[in-house]
Design a protein around this ligand. Sequence first.
Ligand code: ADP
Ligand code: MG
Length: 633
Amino acid sequence: MPRIALLPEHVASQVAAGEVVERPASVVKELVENSLDAGSTRIEVSIRRGGSGSLRVVDDGFGMDRDDALLCLERHATSKIRTGADLASIQTLGFRGEALPSIASVSRFRLATRERGALVGTEVLVNGGRIETVRDCGEMEGTQIDVRSLFFNLPARRKFLRTEQTESSHVEQQLQLQAIGHPKVGFVFLNEERVVFQLPSGQSLHERIRDLCGATLAKELLEVPEFCTDDIGVRGFIGRAGLSRSTRQQQIVFLNGRAIENVTLNHALREGYHTALMKGQHPVTFLFIEMDPAAVDVNVHPAKREVRFRDPATIRESVVEAIRRTLESDRGQWSATFTSKPADSTSSPPVPRPANLPHAQALPQETPALIPQREQTALRRDWSTLPLQPTVSPLPSAPASSPPAFAPPSAPPQGARTEVQPSLNSQPSTLNQSLPPANGGGTFKLLGVLGKLYVLMENANGLVLVDQHAAHERILFEEMRRRMEQQGVPTQRLLLPITLEVSPKDSDWIRQHLDLLERAGLGLEAFGPNTFKLDALPTFLRPSDPSQLLREIIDDLREASIQASKLRLGEEMIAKTVCRHAVKANDFLREPELVRLIQDLLACELPYCCPHGRPTMIQMSYGELEKKFGRKV
Ligand code: ADP
Ligand code: MG
């Protein structure tokens, strides 16, 4: 007796629906994608009871005639591809012809559609997959779809739905994503007849982000300069260094207009941000990647969220590069204040910059370009000849030209410590006095040090706080990275070399990375199968227990090497090592050292955060102060 039978059509649809229609938000996704594919300029979505009560999508797209209105409810009926070969060049969001029949099979469904210019439209009522009514209707041009009682005939699935509030927030999130992906299309979202957002059509991407995510976030974004390599285009906005989130919710990437998730891209974003991102945090991105549809397979995931790249390395490289360039070009935030009027405590506070203007727009000409590395080195040399008296002389083995930033300021004897340095209060030092003219003259005025850690400064916008420890880490990190990329890090020979016994696994690892360790200033030599001799350390490291330090470095490196390329691996290690051995929070710095610290920091490529992504400087504008003191609402 045969055991196999073909499933009836409506059961097959329900099975397929299980994959496509997970919850109200996935229905909204499919319907809105159809509206976008239909060339709509305005899409309205309204939901009740989290979308499982009712859900309605209305668009002004090109609509369907009666034949298509019936055909679109058949499984595998689509207007978007014709042959298997078309799968390689998909330009539309949909292509499988599965969404409408799936949704209609698990709900009470109404489709009303009218082609542009047609005299009448068509209305189709479907109940749990069975077409019940087909008739003329007089609806507006475009398409309306009503989905009521979702999963009424699939109680098991209905049970999996979360609270109405959770479901509606998923819907909202999904719609926000679509709205960001298509800023030229107007979107309206109503929940229980209350307007949640209403976005006009024809917006720019920045306007769309501002309207959806708020002016504060929009202000913290940097525009990615249009970046194209190997037929891959990358554009959009990304959060400036130091801006991050604990979830991936605002890590948004569109590929050829489709919001996607992809592990390669996640790694690329992380690598692009590199030290500008705190551990465990995720970047904020609104990135648009355009590439040849043939080079990417979108037919991987039922909801088409995941994609597979034919050449992941190229796409990764393009994204890393685009992000890195964008972050490095962001020197406007602080250096722009160099070009405004010097801070003067007797004059009235200047009018703060309008809050909703992104920095890039507010300061187009004033923002000096990224200082090339060669010039930065030159600047450092200049500073080392300034009449500032560093208390720390370069370590004996360091080359004579070694920039002072490499020598960590050492703590003075205990008795010399005071809470606030009187010299700073009585004789405020203005950094612009000592800045090289190449920077256009500075405007930071040193006010003092708070809690032996935070350097207080004044600039044209108000108060600036610098975390001494984070600043020092950033300076050391960049200096060391530069040295590694060039001739290597200056080292100091140990008087007595240390022998280290390691596990066979560690031994393998060290052997593979001996050249990298050497460039980082760690002089290691194999001495036996699992034994190494350590005879040199970077000049600025003076660990009490070098073998312990080495073990820590190796552990750190292992962790970092999981995803990173070899060069990045080196930088990662430096960041971690330097952090642990940089100036400690309570180290006391005298005024000239502070001045130099700030100067060195401002000359960094990414001055605003430490190698672990924590901020180095915080600006408290006059506007914020006025708000805090209740002078302004
Ligand atoms: P797919 O989008 O994968 O083609 P769907 O089941 O989502 O499959 O839709 C089937 C077809 O119905 C689409 O190919 C399209 O021709 C038509 N269609 C669906 N929604 C709309 C709409 N809002 N406006 C115009 N045509 C639509
Ligand atoms: Mg579709």
